[in-house]
Design a protein around this ligand. Structure first.
Ligand code: NAP
Ligand code: F7E
Length: 324
């Protein structure tokens, strides 16, 4: 019998790559997705990977406990991956309550559905390096204290601790992956890497002249979504649930990440980049650098794709998309 997985956030970047990985491993993949009046369900990313017909989509919302319980009853998954969230940090100051409800309380709803209906299902929570915020150690590991700097990060911290609490209180096999930034050609256009690679492609094709950014001195530990969804799956294959940092162990400024994209396209960054104060955040996370040693030691996870390879892949994908 094929194993069954239920993925919330299946229409997002990680949901799409995780679904692809699970299908390759022979899983029956179910995804929770929000219906909208404009398109039934937005399956663009699954279509990009050519797997939209292989996943089974169920209407649902993280705010709706009864729907989640019904989905758990119907699917009876062996593994539940909670990837759904309002995930854009900047929007979380504009919509702090919604972010708290979806990104924070939504975790309680999924954990409750698991506890009420199929408590032996293994659970994965998409925690975030944003929880470290104002960093308390130069390199962040599972033992580094948290200091969240946005409503998004505060909501993620709630979900993180709730996952630990349900593991300790009810014995659920609930693991939390503290994932550092990860990107891909399927990254949302509002995040800085994709904003940059899309702009570079537009400038190259004569469709735009400038790129406006905020704080380009911020540093991030960037990896590839494909590598990171593999870590999610590996976590749930462990006998004992636990929490793991997933990162590359290398940090780069937004400015240097941009240079990789501009250089690849044969463009000079200084001819096109404009700093726009409107794009700065009320509170910034200046630098993140993760230590993935525990994941390496416990289950042999290591990233395979470098930042340079990933940015080049993203620029090429945007050139292809825009040339159509
Ligand atoms: P993403 O592309 O923004 O995808 C978010 C997903 O959540 C989408 O499928 C979205 O559905 C869904 N969603 C939003 N509100 C929902 C609701 N009320 N009910 C049900 N689903 C809802 O995010 P991602 O980059 O794939 O990240 C996946 C998860 O990892 C998120 O929880 C994110 O916070 C976390 N994370 C991401 C990173 C990163 O660097 N990518 C790092 C650490 C943690 P729609 O398509 O309908 O909007
Ligand atoms: O910003 C700076 C910005 O929006 C990265 C989410 O997946 O990773 C992501 O959160 C940095 C910040 O990602 C622009 O100020 C400058 O310092 O790509 P981002 P994020 O905020 O780090 C974490 C781990 C998550 O969990 C989140 O869900 O880039 N920056 N200028 C800019 N950022 C954006 N978006 N746009 C700019 O114009």
């Amino acid at each position: 019998m094929a194993k069954k997985a239920l993925v919330t956030g299946i229409t997002g970047q990680d949901g799409a790559y995780l679904a692809q990985l699970l299908l390759e491993k022979g899983y029956e993949v179910h995804g929770l997705a929000r219906r909208s009046s404009t398109s039934d369900v937005n399956l663009t990313r699954l279509e990009w990977l050519g797997i939209e017909r292989e996943v089974r989509i169920t209407d649902g919302d993280l705010l709706d406990l009864s729907g989640l319980v019904r989905t758990m009853q119907d699917v009876k998954p062996d593994e539940v991956y909670n990837l759904g969230a309002q995930s854009f940090v900047k929007s979380s100051w504009q919509q702090p309550i919604l972010t708290g409800q979806v990104t924070g309380l939504g975790v309680t709803n999924v954990l409750e559905a698991v506890r009420l209906e199929k408590s032996d299902a293994r659970f994965y929570q998409a925690s975030s390096s944003e929880m470290y915020g104002l960093i308390q150690e130069p390199m962040q590991s599972e033992t580094t204290p948290f200091y969240p700097r946005s409503p998004y990060a505060v909501a993620k911290l709630y979900g993180h601790w709730l996952t630990i609490n349900y593991r300790e209180s009810f014995g659920l096999h609930a693991s939390s992956g503290i994932l550092f930034n990860h990107e891909s050609p399927l990254r949302g256009i509002e995040f800085v890497t994709r904003k940059v690679t899309d702009a570079v492609a537009r400038i190259k094709l004569g469709m735009a002249k400038e790129l406006r950014l905020g704080n380009i001195d911020a540093k991030r530990d960037w990896g590839h979504s494909k590598d990171y969804v593999r870590a999610m799956w590996m976590m749930l294959q462990q006998d004992v649930a636990d929490d793991y940092v997933i990162a590359t162990g290398r940090t780069t400024t937004v400015r240097d990440m941009c240079k990789i994209a501009f250089n690849h396209a044969g463009l000079n960054i200084d001819d096109h980049l404009i700093i726009d104060p409107v794009l700065f955040r009320p509170a910034e996370v200046d630098v993140l650098l993760g230590n993935p040693q525990k994941a390496k030691e416990k289950f042999g996870w290591e990233p395979k794709i470098t930042l340079e390879e990933m940015i080049v892949e993203m620029v090429e994908a945007d050139l292809k998309r825009l040339s159509k």
